[in-house]
Design a protein around this ligand. Structure first.
Ligand code: FAD
Length: 409
C-alpha cells in the first residue's frame, strides 16, 4: 500500500518538501494543506516582487555566519543541500538565476512569479494535491500515523507529516506544536528599521552613507555597512543586520534603546583630532561649513556641525578645542534614541520557533516524534537579508522531502 505525506503550509519550505518527496518516491501520495486561500504568497511579494531566491555564497562556513539564530544547524544541513544545489535545481527546471553585485540572486526574469510557476508545474507533474482554505488546528500521533484536526472539524490521517507553517508572531500560536512535545524558542520579529519620528535628522531623508558602524548602547552589538536616513529614522543594510542580531534583546527592551553611529569607521578619535589639526593649517581660512573633508554628504556634514554647536561663519583656523571635541564625538559616536521599529517591506522574518536540539539536521525529523518533520521558518533559524531565509527554506524542505521519500519506499 502506498504511503501518504501531508505537508502543513503552502509556502516555500512546504512546496520544496512536497515536490522533492513526490519526485523521489512517485508512489508516495502527497497533499499540501494551506490555511489561506493562496499558496506561495510570501514568495510572490518577496524581494520587492523579484524573489531573492538565494545568495551567491559558495562557502558553507561563510554562509552559516549570516544566520543570527541557527548558524550551526544550517552549517550541517548545507552539506546536504546548499546554494549550488538551489541554483542547479531551478536551472534544471528552466529557471535561471542571476547574481547582483551584493551577492543576492534573483530569477533572470526579475519576477517572483517565475519561481511560483516552476513550483506549481512540479506540483502538477507529480500529482500533488493542494488544499487551500484548510487550517490544521491540532495534530495527534495515533499509533504509526498522525491525525490532523482541521478548523471545520474534519480529520485527516497520514503516515508522514511535515510541518512547514512559517513563523508565528505570538507565543500562543505555537500551542498546537507544544502539544506535540516540542519546545518553542519565544518569537521575536527580525529585519526591521529603527524609528525616530520627528528627530531633526529625518529631514535628511534619502541620504545614505556607504560605510558606517552602528552599535547598540549597553549591548555587545555592532555592525558595519551602508545606512539610509528615512523620514521615520534609519534603514539600510547595517540597520537590518543589527535588527537581526539584536532581535531578542531589542524585543526585551520593547524596541526602545540608544545607538551610537560612527560615521567614519576608518578613523578613530586620535586620527580625527590629528586630521583637524592638519586642516587648521591646510585650509585655515576656509569656513568649516563649506568644506567637508571626509566626503560625507554635505547636508549630513552640516547637521553634524550644527549638532556640535559650530557657528556657520567659523573658519578652520579658529575652531575651538571644545567644539573639535564635540565634533569628534558626533562623528565617531553620534547618539540617537530609538523608539520603535518599522517592518522592512522587502523582507521580514520571525526569529524563534521549534528548538533545534529537538530536530535531526540530517533528516529534519523530530527527535521526539517519529515520522514528524519540520521545515522552514517554523524552526528557530533566521538569516539576515539577502536570500538567506529562502535558502534555509529550500535546504530544510529538500532534506525533509528526501528523507520522507526514502522512508516511504
Ligand atoms: C515581504 C517579505 C519579503 C521577503 N523577501 C525575501 C527574499 O527576497 N529572500 C529571502 O530569502 N527571504 C525573504 N523573506 C522571508 C521568506 O519569505 C521566509 O523566510 C520564507 O517564506 C519562509 O518560508 P516558509 O515556507 O517556512 O513559511 P511561509 O512562506 O510563511 O509559509 C507558511 C505557510 O503555512 C501556512 N500555515 C500556517 N499555519 C498553518 C496551519 N495551521 N494550517 C495550514 N496552513 C498553515 C501559512 O498560511 C503560510 O502560507 C521575505 C519575507 C517577507 C514577509
Amino acid at each position: 500500500m502506498s504511503k501518504q505525506l501531508i505537508v502543513i503550509g503552502g509556502g516555500a519550505a512546504g512546496f520544496f518538501c512536497a515536490v522533492n518527496a513526490a519526485r523521489l518516491n512517485p508512489r508516495l501520495k502527497v497533499i499540501i494543506v494551506e490555511k489561506t486561500g493562496k499558496v506561495l504568497s510570501k514568495v510572490k511579494v518577496s524581494g520587492g516582487g523579484r524573489c531573492n531566491v538565494t545568495h551567491a555564497c559558495f562557502d558553507i562556513l561563510e554562509m552559516s555566519k549570516q544566520y543570527p539564530r541557527g548558524g550551526n544547524f544550517v552549517k550541517k544541513a548545507f552539506h546536504i543541500f546548499f546554494t549550488t544545489d538551489t541554483i542547479n535545481w531551478f536551472e534544471t527546471r528552466g529557471v535561471n538565476l542571476k547574481k547582483e553585485e551584493d551577492g543576492r540572486m534573483f530569477p533572470v526574469t526579475d519576477s517572483s512569479q517565475t519561481i511560483i510557476d516552476c513550483l506549481l508545474t512540479e506540483v502538477k507533474k507529480y500529482g500533488i494535491e493542494v488544499r487551500t482554505n484548510t487550517e490544521v488546528k491540532s495534530v495527534k500521533p495515533r499509533g504509526e500515523k498522525f491525525e490532523l484536526m482541521l478548523s471545520g472539524g474534519k480529520v485527516l490521517v497520514t503516515d508522514f507529516l511535515c510541518i512547514a507553517c512559517g513563523g508565528y508572531s505570538k507565543s500562543s500560536m505555537f500551542d498546537w506544536l507544544r502539544e506535540l512535545g516540542h519546545t518553542i524558542e519565544e518569537p521575536a520579529p527580525s529585519l526591521f528599521t529603527f524609528n525616530m519620528h520627528h528627530h531633526p535628522i529625518t529631514k535628511l531623508m534619502g541620504i545614505s552613507v556607504e560605510k558606517v558602524s552602528v552599535k547598540i548602547k549597553g549591548e555587545k552589538l555592532e555592525q558595519e555597512g551602508p545606512i539610509l536616513i528615512t523620514h521615520w529614522g534609519f534603514s539600510g543594510p547595517v540597520i537590518l543586520k543589527l535588527s537581526a542580531w539584536g532581535a531578542k534583546v531589542l524585543k526585551d527592551r520593547n524596541w526602545e534603546f540608544s545607538i551610537g553611529i560612527n560615521w567614519l569607521p576608518d578613523f578613530n578619535d586620535q586620527l580625527l583630532k590629528e586630521k583637524f589639526q592638519q586642516l587648521r593649517f591646510e585650509i585655515a581660512t576656509q569656513k568649516v561649513f563649506s568644506k567637508n573633508p571626509f566626503a560625507l554628504p554635505q547636508r549630513l556634514w552640516e547637521f553634524l556641525l550644527q549638532n556640535s554647536g559650530i557657528n556657520k561663519e567659523l573658519r578652520w583656523a579658529d575652531l575651538p578645542v571644545k567644539e573639535v571635541n564635540r565634533l569628534v564625538k558626533n562623528l565617531s559616536d553620534c547618539e540617537f534614541e530609538i523608539k520603535g521599529k518599522t517592518t522592512f517591506k522587502e523582507e521580514f522574518v520571525t526569529a524563534g520557533g521549534i528548538k533545534l536540539n529537538e530536530i535531526d539536521h540530517n533528516t529534519m525529523m523530530s527527535k521526539k516524534v517519529t515520522n514528524l518533520f519540520f521545515a522552514g521558518e517554523i524552526l528557530d533559524v533566521d538569516g539576515v537579508t539577502g536570500g538567506f531565509n529562502f535558502q534555509h527554506a529550500w535546504t530544510s524542505g529538500f532534506i525533509a522531502g528526501k528523507t520522507i521519500a526514502e522512508l516511504s519506499i
